[in-house]
Design a protein around this ligand. Structure first.
Ligand code: ADP
Ligand code: TRP
Length: 321
C-alpha cells in the first residue's frame, strides 16, 4: 500500500497542519514532499519560500519523520512533475477546475486570480499520479483535490487508451477533520488564528489564554462544543474526555483551568520535539542532506511512470523495450 502526500511551505506550520497532515505523514510510511511550486501561487518572495521549506523540513524531522523508511523531498527537485502537469492539463476540462472550492476561496480571500492558482489542482494531480499511490492522507479541505485527481487520471487513461495511472483514495483522519483556531474558525495561516506547536512557552501561553469562550460564569454548565474543548480533546484520551465533559456539564469548571491544562499538554507533547528540532537546526547540512537523498529516491519511483505517460501520449523518444 503506497501513501503519498504534500504540504505547502507557505508559512509557519501549526496544530491544524500537525493533526490534519504531518502526524499522519509521520505515522504512515510513504512518500511526502514540500510543495514549493504550489506555494508560488500565494508566496511571492524567494527568500520567504526558501526559509519556509527549511522550517517545514525541520518540523517534520522534529515530529519524528523517519527518513530511513519514508521519503521526504522538495517538489521542485523533480521538475518532471511540471512536465506531467502539462500532459494532464491538456485533458483537464475547464468545468472541473471551475468547480474547485479552494480556487474560489483563495480569490475571495484576495489572492490574484491567475492561471497558476486556477491550474493548482492539475499540478497536484501530477504530484500524486507520478507515484501511483493507493492513498493520499490529507485534511478534509483537500478531499476535492484528490477527487479531481481521480477524474484527471481517468481522462488521461481514456484519452490514450492505456491504464497509465491508478485512482488514488483520499485518507482523512475523521477524528480531527478540522482543527479550530483560537477564534473558532478553521485554524489557518491565512486567518492569523493559529497555535504553533514550536512556539516558545510564553507565546504559546498567550495564544492559549486568548482562545475564545462564551461568557458563562464558572458555576454554569459549559457547552462542550466550544473551541477550547475541541482543542483540548486533541490531546486527551477517550476516558479523559468523558470525565472532562461530565465536569463541564455539571458546572464549576472554569475556562482558565481547561486552558492551563491544554497548555501543559501542548508543552508535554511538543517540548521534547522542540528540543530535538533545536539540535537538528544547529547542524547546518541536515535539511539539504535529507532533501537530496529524498529527491534521488523519489525519482527512482517516479521515472517509470513519467516514461509510461510520455509513451502513451507519444512525446519524447519512444521508451526502449
Ligand atoms: P493553511 O490553511 O494554514 O494555509 P494548508 O492549506 O497549507 O494550511 O494545509 C496543509 C495541510 O494541513 C493540508 O493537508 C490541510 O488539510 C491540513 N490542515 C490545514 N489546516 C487544518 C485544520 N485547521 N484542520 C485540519 N487540517 C488542516
Ligand atoms: N494542496 C495541498 C495543501 O494545500 C498541498 C499539496 C500539493 C498536496 N500537492 C499535493 C497534498 C499532493 C497531497 C497530495 O495542503
Amino acid at each position: 500500500m503506497r501513501s503519498l502526500s504534500g504540504i505547502q511551505p507557505s508559512g509557519e506550520a501549526h496544530l491544524g497542519n500537525y493533526f490534519g497532515a504531518i502526524r499522519q505523514h509521520v505515522e504512515i510510511e510513504g512518500i511526502y514532499f514540500v510543495a514549493d511550486y504550489h506555494s508560488m501561487t500565494t508566496v511571492r518572495s524567494a527568500e520567504a519560500r526558501r526559509a519556509h521549506v527549511e522550517e517545514l523540513v525541520l518540523d517534520y524531522l522534529a515530529c519524528g519523520f523517519d527518513t530511513e523508511t519514508s521519503i521526504l523531498y522538495r517538489q521542485s527537485d523533480l521538475p518532471e512533475t511540471a512536465e506531467l502537469a502539462w500532459m494532464l492539463t491538456t485533458v483537464t476540462p475547464m468545468g472541473l477546475l471551475q468547480r474547485a472550492t479552494s480556487y474560489k476561496d483563495k480569490v475571495a480571500a484576495g489572492f490574484p486570480a491567475d492561471h497558476g492558482l486556477f491550474a493548482y489542482p492539475v499540478l497536484q494531480a501530477a504530484d500524486i499520479l507520478q507515484f501511483n499511490p493507493d492513498i493520499v492522507p490529507v485534511g478534509q479541505d483537500q478531499k476535492q483535490h484528490v477527487e479531481m485527481t481521480r477524474d484527471i487520471a481517468t481522462k488521461f487513461n481514456q484519452t490514450y487508451g492505456r491504464e497509465v495511472f491508478q485512482l488514488p483514495e483520499p485518507q482523512i483522519h475523521e477524528d480531527v477533520a478540522i482543527v479550530p483556531g483560537v477564534d473558532g474558525q478553521k485554524m489557518s495561516k491565512s486567518y492569523g488564528n493559529t497555535l504553533r506547536m514550536f512556539w516558545p512557552e510564553k507565546k504559546l501561553k498567550k495564544a492559549v489564554m486568548g482562545i475564545v469562550t462564551d461568557s458563562s460564569p464558572v458555576e454554569a454548565p459549559k457547552d462542550t462544543g466550544q473551541t477550547v474543548f475541541q482543542l483540548w480533546s486533541l490531546f486527551a484520551t477517550k476516558t479523559e474526555r468523558e470525565d472532562m465533559f461530565a465536569r463541564a456539564k455539571a458546572g464549576g469548571l472554569g475556562y482558565g483551568d481547561i486552558k492551563k491544562d491544554l497548555l501543559q499538554r501542548l508543552l508535554d507533547v511538543f517540548g521534547p520535539m522542540r528540543t530535538r528540532r533545536e539540535e537538528l537546526a544547529s547542524r547546518p547540512d541536515t535539511v539539504q542532506d535529507v532533501l537530496r537523498t529524498g529527491a534521488a529516491r523519489a525519482r527512482v519511483l517516479a521515472e517509470p511512470i513519467w516514461a509510461a505517460a510520455r509513451e502513451a501520449a507519444g512525446v519524447g523518444a519512444p521508451t526502449r523495450r
